[in-house]
Design a protein around this ligand. Structure first.
Ligand code: CP
Length: 307
């Protein structure tokens, strides 16, 4: 039962709940007019303490397309945070005004902390390098549309696996499906955190391998999930500059891939996918951004208990 539930971690959704959200999103795509007024009178607050294009705007577009309304900030320096207000007091206040909060914060665990204070449901829209559960919902609908099923897929995740919160949420979720294998492609400095290996992959006996060269594994992959190197999480500019172009997916590298490979990327892209493959049938990343809005529409309806 998702009604009034906080969505803080990708594990907060059961497989059955994920299926319900996907089915609802697919129905919204088919007949959006049936959903146009369902959130009339409801208010979403988007509190973004870090920059965003897709997550904030797709949450806001989702609520507006459901007939609801939106308040919030995209830059906390325009709010009373600038005057020294605590996160707890901001949440207490906003939960007097809105029905649901989507919050992005640079501190890992901040959504979990505020969920204990808020009177209304909190949705984690990204917390530091930790989790991004609603991005995973967009990723899942994309994989379902591209491949028809989640089972028996070989998924390559490539780039910044250390700081990339979308990767952490995706691995945690996809590890619950039968026969999924991961190929973890990163420079040694940006390898997946050991807690994901131990508590998710090893614990669930998921097959995985770690490699440094994308070219070595391209032909085996069903899904290739590219990520950018997360500049904002580096302590040292020189390290970022050295690692930022570790992977650039271009036509040459794609030559060896399966014809039905699905290339995903949570975006924003910096340099890691060449624009000359944007129109390739294997490129799903802009469709993925659109699916994110439909999945957030479905999630809002479920959490508000509207449908
Ligand atoms: N995928 C994603 O989180 O994008 P934004 O940072 O633009 O919201």
């Amino acid at each position: 039962m998702l009604k009034r539930k906080n969505i803080l971690d990708s594990q907060d959704l059961s497989i059955e709940e994920i299926e319900e959200i996907i089915s609802l999103a697919q129905d919204i795509i088919k007949q959006p007019q049936e959903y146009a007024d369902l959130c009339k009178g409801k208010l979403l607050a988007t509190l973004f303490y870090e920059p965003s294009t897709r997550t904030r705007l797709s949450f806001e577009a989702a609520m507006l397309r459901l007939g609801g309304q939106v308040i919030g900030f995209s830059d906390s320096s325009s709010s009373s945070v600038k005057k020294g207000e605590s996160l707890a007091d901001t949440i207490q206040t906003v939960s007097c005004y809105a029905d649901i909060i989507a919050m992005r914060h640079p501190n890992e665990g901040a959504p979990k902390y505020v969920a204990n204070i808020s009177k209304i449901p909190i949705i984690n829209a990204g917390d530091g390098g930790h989790q991004h559960p609603t991005q995973t919902l967009a990723d899942l609908l994309t994989i379902r549309e591209a491949r028809g099923s989640f089972e028996k897929l070989k998924i390559g995740v490539c780039g910044d696996l250390k700081f990339g919160r979308t990767v952490h949420s995706l691995i945690k979720t996809m590890s619950r499906y039968e026969g999924v294998e991961f190929v973890l492609i990163s420079p040694k400095e940006l390898k997946i955190p050991s807690y994901i290996k131990e508590q998710v992959l090893d614990k669930n006996e998921i097959k995985y391998m770690e490699v440094e060269k994308l070219e070595d594994v391209m032909e085996e992959l069903d899904i290739l999930y590219m990520t950018r190197v997360q500049k904002e999480r580096f302590f040292n500019e020189a390290d970022y500059v050295r690692l930022k172009d570790s992977y650039i997916l271009d036509r040459n590298k794609l030559e060896k891939s399966k014809s039905n490979l699905a290339i995903l990327h949570p975006l924003p892209r910096v340099n890691e996918i060449s624009e000359d493959i944007d129109n390739d049938s294997r490129a799903w990343y802009f469709k993925q951004a659109k699916f994110g809005m439909y999945m957030r529409m479905a999630l809002i309806l479920k959490v508000l208990g509207v449908k």
